[in-house]
Design a protein. Structure first.
Length: 288
């Protein structure tokens, strides 16, 4: 087939293959039309090397979450406008993680995409690989009332799942700080060997503690992480494949460790006399 292609077609063929493997082809963003508004898409497309030009102080955090590119448009009606920023990330988990970094449990939430939150002049939401920020400086009630319908149109135009990550649905609700989950990509609990974990705050029987959930490719990766933790803590004689481990972290306090297959749970902040709480929570997450 390639033999019969001219040079331009061959170049296009290999460009498509390259984009497919790099993931960039997933970054195709379409800004849907909105009745009563005109669009201005005359913005630069920012990538991982240029994002700092647009959001200097925050760009480093986005890069931790596999940021690929940023597309921007304005929806204009008369002298008023709504600015839309669509941040494209490597995976839905990374997009959700970036969203959680800028979300607070006290926000007013809306059912757009996976989840969104709003105020009078803004809506932020996440869907698939996309984290979307919409803002307006207009005092017009008509413009502000258009935020949700426009957000729904944009969400419908974006591919990818609209469901919470599976781990979130496995977390027991009792005592959990709802909408307080955060996905951390590095230095979990301050340790460089702990990465890519959901952190959830709990309060049960008057006791506050944190639950960290890691998902790896296989059980061996989980055990390697446990092994690194034990070595750091200078603890000998414990098999990283043990079903349950209780240890003391000199910086974070008591840590309960439980692993099953490619999932690992760390519970920080509970003493041994609260073993029942740790077992119940880890059982729910690990499917025991």
């Amino acid at each position: 087939m390639i033999k019969n292609m001219n040079n331009s077609k061959i170049a296009l063929f290999f460009l498509i293959i390259t984009l497919s493997f790099s993931g960039l082809i997933l970054a195709e963003v379409h800004f849907p039309e909105m009745e009563g508004f005109t669009q201005d898409t005359d913005y630069d497309v920012y990538n991982s090397e240029t994002l700092w030009e647009y959001i200097n102080g925050a760009s480093e955090v986005f890069l931790l979450y596999e940021f690929d590119e940023l597309r921007i448009a304005d929806y204009i009606r008369g002298e008023n406008s709504i600015n839309v920023e669509i941040y494209v990330h490597g995976t839905p988990e990374m997009a959700f993680g970036m969203y959680t970094k800028e979300r607070q449990p006290t926000y007013s939430f809306v059912e757009i995409g996976v989840q969104g939150h709003k105020s009078d002049r803004q809506i932020y939401f996440v869907k698939g690989n996309y984290y979307v920020k919409m803002t307006t400086s207009s005092s017009s009630e008509e413009i502000r009332n258009a935020l949700i319908p426009l957000a729904e149109k944009i969400a419908a135009s974006l591919e990818g799942p609209s469901e919470m990550p599976g781990i979130i649905n496995m977390l027991p609700e009792e005592g959990r700080r709802i909408n307080g989950e955060v996905f951390l990509t590095e230095s979990v609990m301050g340790h460089i060997f702990l990465e890519n974990a959901y952190k959830v705050n709990y309060s049960v029987d008057g006791k506050k503690f944190d639950v960290f959930v890691f998902t790896k490719e296989n059980a061996e990766e989980c055990q390697e992480m446990i092994r690194a933790y034990l070595e750091w803590a200078e603890i000998d004689g414990i098999d990283p494949a043990s079903e349950e481990i209780f240890m003391e972290d000199k910086y974070n306090g008591p840590v309960f460790i439980r692993q099953k297959g490619a999932k690992l749970v760390l519970i920080n902040g509970l003493q041994k006399d609260s073993l029942g709480i740790t077992v119940n929570i880890s059982d729910a997450i690990l499917g025991k």
